[in-house]
Design a protein around this ligand. Structure first.
Ligand SMILES: [Mn+2]
Length: 410
């Protein structure tokens, strides 16, 4: 299999449907203003890679710096308007090609696309009318701060409607198209791991593993991953987000890999634990821990269904981990409170929402519902043994339970 997501994107109807949901919720005579943002400066002339504000992208599908989206609801009718930098051949010689307005229309389904320079003027016009404003309070961009400063000088400031929590509610439920995008991201991720497996051997370095995985994901069109790929060998597996994959991996040591390609902006999130030898056979401690972590994952799967909660899944999987670690002698039999003692070894959350952000936006207290997607990653880390790991798969909540979107490690 070779999954290519280079030109894969969601149809414009997907973005139109989302905007309709905002319009249905927005009070009449209100304009919601959303911003793409800008890549932060790394140093002098250099910027970090640009990734658009996710709520802006969710409603427009546009990935171009400093673009602005207006959702105007007036007379009960919704009207979308997009502002973009124009095409400028001289600038594009340096920075690469910008979207033509027709292309932006095709991607977003918005017919009213205007030059970015018109935004300030149109904003003045809106401020001169009696329209109310709405924005995404979670947006930290300079563009939103600038709007905040403008509104603070007017009497509109107190009547601003905050829409980020509503956007969170929408983003927590994944449409069939979003589920398909996540599934493609998973395919790219799993195919890259398949290419790596026969190359694992004693003496391979973390950086070589990292390079193989990155190369395979990029070859399949995932240029920016959902997060920086984690490759940790031996004791480095005890660090959850181990940031510097440079060390050699000794024969027989554990290798923790945590990675997620992206497709149409959506992330996969998969963790695997391998042993660095040619036959892939784990020693007895490694095997025992692998089996226990997989048991925790099965407990989680049984607990993930409509009506359940993040807290409930954490609680149930912690019970499985505590009883397993007692059987392994890691938690002494004399321990009076194994559910407390297990926190030393089982210390991060079992699951998180997965979507446009790898740790996707959510209401942590909300009951689960069909069409939510989670990354489920029970992890046990045993400093006394010199290693630990998590095994992570992506899961869809169904009408009566949940099912894997990825293919669990055996
Ligand atoms: Mn994860």
């Amino acid at each position: 299999m070779f999954t290519d997501v280079t030109f894969y994107q969601l149809p414009s109807s997907e973005f139109s449907i989302r905007r309709e949901k905002i319009f249905a919720r927005l009070p009449n005579n209100t304009v919601a203003v959303l911003f793409a943002g800008k890549a932060p400066v790394a140093s002098l002339d250099e910027s970090y890679p640009f990734l658009p504000n996710r709520n802006f992208f969710y409603l427009s599908g546009i990935e171009q710096e400093e673009s602005v989206l207006l959702l105007i609801k007036s007379g009960g009718v919704g009207q979308s308007r997009l502002y973009l930098y124009p095409r400028e051949p001289e600038k594009e010689k340096w920075t690469g090609r910008r979207l033509a307005y027709e292309e932006a229309s095709e991607i977003s389904g918005i017919s009213d696309v205007r030059e970015l320079s018109a935004y300030e003027r149109d904003l003045d016009e809106l401020l001169g009318s009696d329209i109310n404003f709405a924005w995404d309070e979670s947006d930290m961009s300079h563009q939103r701060y600038s709007l905040e400063q403008t509104l603070a000088k007017t009497d509109r400031f107190d009547s601003v409607t905050e829409i980020s929590s509503f956007l969170t509610q929408l983003r927590m439920l994944k449409s069939p198209r979003e589920q398909e995008a996540i599934t493609r991201a998973i395919q790219v991720t799993e195919e890259s791991l398949e290419v790596l497996l026969p190359q694992l051997r004693p003496g391979i370095s973390e950086r070589e593993v990292y390079a193989i995985l990155e190369s395979e994901m990029i070859r399949r069109g995932s240029f920016f991953q959902g997060f920086k790929t984690i490759v940790a060998g031996g004791e480095n597996t005890l660090c959850l987000h181990y940031p510097t994959p440079v060390a050699m991996i000794q024969g027989g040591q554990m290798i923790q890999i945590d990675l997620g390609a992206r497709a149409a902006g959506y992330s996969a999130d998969i963790s695997r634990a391998y042993t660095a030898n040619t036959d892939g056979i784990r020693n007895s401690r490694q095997q025992a821990l692998f089996e226990l972590i997989c048991e925790c994952k099965e407990t989680a799967l049984k607990t993930i269904r409509p009506g359940s909660t993040i807290a409930k899944v954490n609680e149930e999987t912690r019970k499985t981990a505590a009883s397993g670690l007692r059987d392994l002698g890691v938690i002494p039999r004399s321990e009076k409170d194994p559910l407390e003692a297990v926190k030393k070894y089982y210390w991060h959350n079992t699951l998180h929402h997965l979507g446009l952000d790898v740790h996707d936006v959510c209401d942590r207290e909300a009951a689960f519902a069909a069409d939510m997607v989670f990354a489920v990653e029970p992890g046990i880390y045993i400093p006394e043994w010199g290693f630990g790991f998590r095994v992570e798969d992506d899961v869809l909540v169904t009408a009566d339970g949940s099912r894997y979107l990825s293919h669990p490690q055996k």
